[in-house]
Design a binder for this molecule. Structure first.
Ligand code: ADP
Ligand code: MG
Length: 704
């Protein structure tokens, strides 16, 4: 037997949190490995590994009192058992209790030993979600334990916390090791990183009490309140988590701002020529934002600016002006877009605008390969002024000679890390490129303050004149024929129509097939008109040819997958039909709808849905009918979906909160900002420790 040294003893003092988990007594190597998979390496990581939710096993519910949809604990005696194999192996266990009702337990995964243990007459205690089954109420895969004949029912005294976990690590074992860590919590004053005067000023209670409360809710804790995340203990922790996240973005920003950047003042000559050549005047919002960007670019510190503006507000021209400021100053510009189609659209616009000025535009997308790629790379390395592409721009082997400005469109689809990776392409000694981020999804103010604390925000809050709001209606698929007639009539009036297929299939191939089916259907109905098809599986050249044909009006109807979501601009298209609209999120619906209403004709959007639809989908369609205000839609989206999904940054680890919820806890943000500013100014070490405590590994990564 291997002789292991006795675990070091740790005292519950202010350093206890920094001790490795391995120093806790009785932590086996397998447990250690599982904890490491969860990113739990130090004792304090366990303190701040917070429950996702709670289960109430403090009492037993009579079967007669069960309600569908609720989770409940039931005690009963097995009355019958049946093994079925009709479609797949299945074990059905009927239990009854003193209320003389029967509940069915159903298992699809079970082994023989399990089946043999569950004999009629056995008493079981089980916990699970109550559902409607074919034979009355049922629980599918409940947790259960057998009770021996005369055991008193062993209900829990406290609500049971349910933690995020990983395969091979059960709740009991995880709760056990967290309990050991909690025994090492130092006295309240030593745990606190927020100075006590600030705690008092903002009514923040003891962190120690808050931690103990959420890990082990006392007997009088209320499940409903905890589930809503409204308990003061939860709010105390949410406050600190938001604070840590805010501080980490501020630190990131400070690190970038300490670097130097090229001064891109430029002569203004190219910009003037671009403006002279445009068929329109900039809106005053575009002028204001353009000036904010120009002022930043002329500074020797890197710009970190987000330009947000609704679909169609004219962000592209603002980006082009920024690009020209860099070119005038002898620097290169990289513009990165999240999809090939959007990047192509930018390529098209930029070439159209810049080539007459003698400024070449390079193209670097994933599909540019072989010789074409090689020569494009050579030109970029030699200093080609403007380079447009997808994330292919960030790949190894892409070297810039003098990158001065990075423009990222549709920020919410890229993570912060991708943005940083592109920035690092321009690293030259201490110099970093300026960053301009464009987003068409207006970001609710609350999010802008927290999720984008590293960026300054400019808003193009005005649409070019002459746009008419898009009239939006929702129609059931049962009335598809009517919609077809409507399209036929619209085309007869010389209007053009988008038909968007939104089937969310797992592959581009299946999406393309769905679009082909719709194309065939429409082609059959639309006698006398030409119907085009565009999807993600087509070559860029083919896509461009179809888009061009639609643009010049050769095609009356364009059947498309959601590849047209962003960037496509055909002012004469004034009717859009979105199939299966109930499956899309608000942001995506809003983006799609933004393709119409770009010309002078009144436009409309038909949201086709396949009944029956759920409550959330119904609400989304309702919002779309009521408003075309991107800010309102974004706020609503945040409410319905949560910030991680709105921003698409879940994977980056940046916005996956342990306990905070930006939509629910937005009211905390003003105080978070105040406390954050104070900490950075007066207690920078405490600020560092807060980031380390809550963000730990992720922050270390961001810092690198
Ligand atoms: P988005 O902000 O959605 O990227 P775009 O930059 O694609 O919007 O602009 C949408 C359309 O509006 C384009 O056809 C563009 O040329 C046009 N546009 C931009 N600014 C103006 C303006 N000030 N007046 C009229 N049209 C404009
Ligand atoms: Mg755009």
């Amino acid at each position: 037997m291997a002789i292991r040294s006795a675990p070091k003893t740790i005292a519950p003092d202010s350093d206890a949190g920094l001790a490795p988990v391995a120093a806790l007594a009785g932590v086996s190597p397998s447990l250690l490995a599982a904890l490491a998979r969860l990113g739990l390496e130090r004792v304090q990581d366990l303190w701040f590994h917070l429950p996702l939710r709670y289960e109430d096993r403090t009492h037993v519910t009579a079967i007669a009192d069960l309600r569908v949809g609720e989770r409940a604990q039931v005690e009963g005696v097995i009355e019958a058992i049946e093994r079925g194999f009709r479609y797949r192996p299945q074990l059905k266990v009927a239990i009854g209790d003193a209320s003389r009702q029967t509940l069915m337990l159903r298992f699809f995964h079970f082994n023989r030993a399990q089946a043999e243990q569950l004999q009629p007459g056995t008493r079981v205690l089980c916990y699970g979600e109550v559902r409607h089954g074919a034979q009355g109420l049922e629980m599918v895969h409940p947790q259960y334990q057998r009770l021996s004949g005369d055991d008193a029912t062993a209900v829990e005294e406290l609500l049971s916390p349910i933690y995020p976990t990983t395969e091979g690590l059960g709740q009991k074992r995880l709760a056990g090791v967290i309990g050991k860590a909690l025994a090492l919590l130092p006295p309240a004053p030593q745990l606190e990183l927020i100075p006590s005067d600030l705690c008092n000023e903002h009514g923040l209670g003891s962190l120690r009490d808050a931690l103990l409360y959420v890990h082990r809710p006392p007997p009088d804790a209320h499940l409903g309140q905890l589930t809503l995340g409204q308990h003061p203990a939860q709010q105390r922790l949410a406050f600190e988590e938001l604070l840590a996240q805010h501080l980490s973005l501020k630190r990131l920003r400070a690190a970038v701002r300490r670097r130097q950047a090229a001064v891109l003042g430029g002569s203004g000559s190219l910009r003037e020529r671009l403006l002279d050549g445009l068929p329109f005047q900039l809106t005053s919002a575009q002028q204001r934002v353009g000036a904010e960007v120009a002022r930043d670019l002329a500074q020797p510190q890197p710009m970190l600016r987000l330009v947000q503006g609704d679909v169609g507000s004219g962000k592209t021209v603002v980006a082009a002006l920024a690009a020209l400021a860099a070119v005038e100053s002898g620097y290169q510009v990289a513009l990165m877009a999240p999809t090939e189609l959007l990047a192509e659209q930018h390529l098209h616009n930029f070439r159209h605008w810049l080539q007459p000025l003698g400024v070449e535009v390079e193209w670097l997308a994933g599909k540019v390969t072989g010789k074409a790629r090689k020569s494009a790379l050579a030109r970029v390395a030699a200093g080609a002024p403007v380079v447009i592409g997808t994330h292919a721009l960030m790949q190894e082997g892409v070297l810039f000679a003098r990158l001065g400005l990075v423009i990222v469109d549709e920020q919410h689809r890229f993570g912060v890390q991708q943005r940083l990776a592109l920035r690092d392409k321009g690293l030259a000694g201490e110099q970093v490129p300026h960053q301009l981020v464009l987003t068409a999804t207006p970001i609710p103010r609350t999010l802008a303050m927290s999720a984008y604390a590293d960026l300054d925000v400019s808003s193009i809050d005005e649409l070019p004149p002459g746009r008419t709001p898009v009239q939006t209606i929702a129609i059931s698929n049962a009335r598809r024929a009517e919609v077809m007639n409507r399209i036929h009539a619209a085309c007869g009036d010389g209007r053009q129509v988008y038909w968007v297929c939104t089937l969310i299939e797992e592959s581009e191939q299946l999406r393309a097939q769905a679009a082909e089916v719709a194309h065939a259907e429409l082609s059959a109905v639309m006698t006398g008109f030409r119907v085009g098809l565009i999807h993600g599986r087509m070559k860029p050249k083919e896509k461009q040819a179809v888009m061009d044909a639609f643009k010049v009006g050769e095609l009356s109807v364009l059947v498309a997958t959601t590849v047209i979501e962003v960037g496509v601009d055909v002012p004469n298209a004034s009717l859009m039909v979105i199939e299966n609209s109930e499956r899309l999120g608000l942001a995506q619906l809003h983006q799609l709808r933004g393709r119409v209403g770009r010309g002078a004709t009144a436009s409309s959007c038909v949201l086709l849905y396949q009944p029956p639809i759920g409550q959330l989908a119904r609400e989304r369609l309702q919002v779309m009918r009521e408003t075309s205000d991107g800010f309102r839609i974004a706020e609503k989206d945040l409410q319905l979906r949560g910030p991680g999904e709105v921003l698409g940054t879940r994977q980056t680890g940046q916005l996956s909160f342990r306990i905070a919820d930006l939509a629910r806890d937005a009211h905390l943000l003003p105080a978070v900002q105040q406390v954050g500013a104070h900490l950075l100014a007066e207690h920078p070490r405490q600020a560092e420790r807060l980031i380390e405590r809550w963000i730990g590994g992720a922050a270390r990564y961001m810092h690198a």
